[in-house]
Design a binder for this molecule. Structure first.
Ligand SMILES: Nc1ncnc2c1ncn2[C@@H]1O[C@H](COP(=O)(O)OP(=O)(O)OP(=O)(O)O)[C@@H](O)[C@H]1O
Ligand SMILES: [Mg+2]
Length: 184
């Protein structure tokens, strides 16, 4: 099964949400000159014990109850390795987790970005009333795109993000912001 980058990112964020995270920060860095593509996802969820952290790259490690394999982390690690990179994980119980996926920028196996806007909306909208905040930061060729749900909520002044016109505006904001990054 071929996953694009936005699906990988969403998978990892779903882990953070399952871990009761209140804050998620996604930071994407594209550095063609240094041949590095990376994303880091930091959460303040329940964290993992050293024992769990040691075996989490194994597909048979999961806290899922509906099936016996957890694939999010192993599949992402496989993608990183296929692209000449690696997966780094740091976690502390009660503090949270930081995951960094590193890939070769120029690797032909590097998955396309996919629909980041749709993935972000799918995480933000269902969690908007849960005191949940997400920051998405994307750097490319000296430019930065930033989306911060806390800022967005303040600007919306009580209008729900699930309002169709608001959702449409957010998705346009993300699309235009990312398009801007890719203009060289
Ligand atoms: N951010 C996190 N915080 C706390 N625990 C985590 C986090 N990410 C992963 N884990 C733990 O690692 C396990 C494996 O994660 P992985 O994404 O590989 O599989 P899964 O989430 O169990 O299943 P799938 O991703 O296929 O739905 C999770 O079940 C969870 O126990
Ligand atoms: Mg998962």
């Amino acid at each position: 099964m071929m996953r694009d980058m936005s699906m990988h990112i969403m998978d990892i964020c779903q882990n953070s949400i399952k871990a009761q995270a209140r804050h998620i920060k996604i930071s994407v860095v594209e550095d063609a000159a240094r041949d590095i593509f990376s994303f880091t996802i930091t959460d303040d969820g329940c964290g993992m014990s050293p024992e769990l952290l040691k075996k989490v790259r194994d597909p048979f490690t999961t806290s899922r109850t509906t099936r016996k394999v957890g694939l999010g982390i192993p599949m992402l690690e496989q993608t990183c390795q296929q692209c000449g990179g690696r997966l780094e994980l740091e976690s502390e119980v009660g503090k949270g987790t930081t995951l960094t996926a590193i890939m070769g920028f120029h690797s032909i196996d590097r998955p396309p970005m996919g629909d980041i806007g749709a993935s972000l909306l799918a995480m933000i909208i269902p969690n908007e009333n849960e005191g949940f905040e997400l920051v998405y930061e994307h750097k490319r060729s000296g430019k930065t795109f930033l989306l911060d749900t806390a800022e967005l909520k303040a600007a919306l002044d009580g209008v729900p993000m699930s309002e169709p016109s608001v959702m449409q505006w957010i998705s346009g904001f993300i699309k235009e912001g990312l398009d801007e990054l890719y203009i060289d």
